[in-house]
Design a protein around this ligand. Sequence first.
Ligand SMILES: C[S@@+](CC[C@H](N)C(=O)[O-])C[C@H]1O[C@@H](n2cnc3c(N)ncnc32)[C@H](O)[C@@H]1O
Length: 273
Amino acid sequence: MGSILCPTLPGCHRGARRVWCMSWSMLTSLMDALYDTIGLNYANLRRPDARIAGTIANALGDAKTVLNVGAGAGSYEPTDRQITALEPSAEMISQRPASNATIVQGSAENLPFDDNSFDASMAVLTIHHWKDKPKGVAEMRRVTRDKIVFLTYDPAFRDFWLADYFPALITLDEGQMPQLQGYEKWLGKTKISVVPIPHDCSDGFLAGYWRRPSAYLDQRVRAAMSSFWALGDVSHGLAQLERDLKDGIWQDRYGDLRDLEELDCGYRLVETV
Ligand SMILES: C[S@@+](CC[C@H](N)C(=O)[O-])C[C@H]1O[C@@H](n2cnc3c(N)ncnc32)[C@H](O)[C@@H]1O
């Protein structure tokens, strides 16, 4: 693993201290501490998917220095660039595989870097957790010379079957995911593309098991998905899903999905142009 720098806790190195920041609402309070909890199994269940990694690497173009904001355990960091990984959770940092990346403990809203420090920056499945999204995006713009790339979720997307069992997912995403038009307001012209999710996606994010519905019945699988933590009691939806899988109702309603290799589940790549 590369060196870990902690601007807020000088002398803090991997595993030496945890940072718990409780704050503005119950949900964000939960989310702040969340990745020191979700993170416990993260590296096993949230393995980067090579096809999605290829999409992100292409979007980064020929950037040589890349800042990864909300880097988690380092998923999707291209190995052929000089990476600086910024992540608030010590637990997530501790799960990084060995790499040459420089690791900085901190938050998107206050990037401890000079203006124009990096050729490109990326933020993968993280912006919905930021307390101040416009500030975080402005910080990315400040420290990045050229391309900025986000992998995120379209909160207006309505075609993922899991929400039929857990309708609160819609409200949750409407509350936490920035509207896609917002990026253009923050960054000027952007290109937005669908990121289809492979049926055997190795990354266990929310839609990662779209063609493996019984996976959602597994508490360990759900525990690696921040949305399930945010929803709280999901016993009703789980019981319904279990019944429908047993009775063939899921197959009747959604069985056609089993013929597909990949699916648009609402994930989007947002790139500056
Ligand atoms: C779903 S994980 C994604 C991690 C990684 N990018 C990936 O694709 O596996 C979300 C990450 O965002 C981090 N995060 C939460 N709030 C943040 C903030 N304000 N600034 C930067 N990262 C944050 C969490 O600690 C967590 O590691």
